[in-house]
Ligand binder design. Structure first.
Ligand SMILES: O=C(O)CCC(=O)C(=O)O
Length: 267
């Protein structure tokens, strides 16, 4: 196991963006732990608006059953594709000025946004089995811990992630270990309040914790990938990225590269 047993937290000085000179150091700390929390990166009002838009468009998924276009990822827990439109079509979300430079440092400048979804746990959901979101890249597993990151997920809570609503528990450093199951240690289950966000490496062991509240707990899950990498296991029955030509036109030129691979017809 690597030296990391906790989840590093990063806060931009004065609530601004992180100076360029610190990106290498932050990327190094991320590479060691495989998970990192970025504090106070989104205005609470912005997240409240996203929560409203999410509820208006996706409440029909708040049922304990299977859907043709969503994935059950655990007990009362569903992965839902969120269309990049309205409030969700916002560079603060997909190219956040504090977090994105660190993502680009870790994945290279030709990084893409591979999927844009929510994971929503319903009241009464149980612990999710610790897992990796996808199989390791090479069958010769010993190769994997040596590799730099190739897929990172940014979790943006739409309600506070905590022991009541449910959070995601991580085994820091486990992305550098070859194992068929999660480490035999206690995971770290962080509080991630609305306005903060959490980044994790696809190779880290993790699992959602129970939702003990009376309301659904949606979190946005933006997965960034090196341009050559595709997730071949989680999107068998739903599209990873949904965006029509009108929304495409609203993406500022400098961020188009994130979406180019999924460019809609007529865009
Ligand atoms: O619901 C959560 O907090 C974690 C979800 C998760 O890890 C997954 O669906 O892969």
């Amino acid at each position: 196991m690597s030296g990391s047993t906790n989840i590093p937290r990063v806060k931009a000085p004065g609530g601004g963006v992180i100076p360029d000179m610190l990106h290498d150091e932050i990327a190094g700390r991320f590479a060691d732990a495989g998970v990192m929390i970025f504090e106070d990166v989104l205005a609470e009002a912005l997240v409240a608006g996203l929560h409203d838009s999410y509820g208006a468009a996706y409440a029909n998924y708040h049922q304990d059953r299977e859907f043709a276009d969503a994935l059950v990822v655990g007990d009362k827990r569903t992965m839902i594709t969120i269309a990049v439109n309205g409030r969700f079509n916002d560079p603060e979300l997909y190219a956040n000025p504090t977090i994105f430079p660190v993502i680009a440092k870790l994945l290279g400048d030709d990084v893409i946004l591979g999927s844009f979804v929510s994971v929503t746990s319903l009241p009464g959901s149980l612990d999710q089995k610790p897992h990796l979101d996808m199989p390791l890249l090479f069958e010769a597993e010993h190769v994997s811990p040596e590799l730099p990151s190739y897929s990172l997920t940014l979790v943006i809570p739409l309600v506070d992630m905590n022991a009541t609503n449910g959070t995601t528990a991580f085994f820091p450093g486990s992305h550098k270990v070859i194992a068929a199951e999660a480490p035999d240690t206690s995971p770290v289950a962080p509080d991630v309040p609305v306005g903060s966000a959490l980044l994790f490496d696809a190779r880290i062991w993790h699992g959602g914790t129970p939702n003990r509240s009376t309301a659904p707990r949606p979190v946005l899950y933006n997965t960034y990938q090196r341009s050559w990498f595709r997730d071949t296991v989680n999107f068998m029955s739903q599209r990873p990225l949904v965006m029509d030509a009108t929304e495409w036109a609203k993406i500022p030129e400098q961020h188009r590269f994130l979406f180019d691979w999924a460019r809609p017809p007529q865009a």
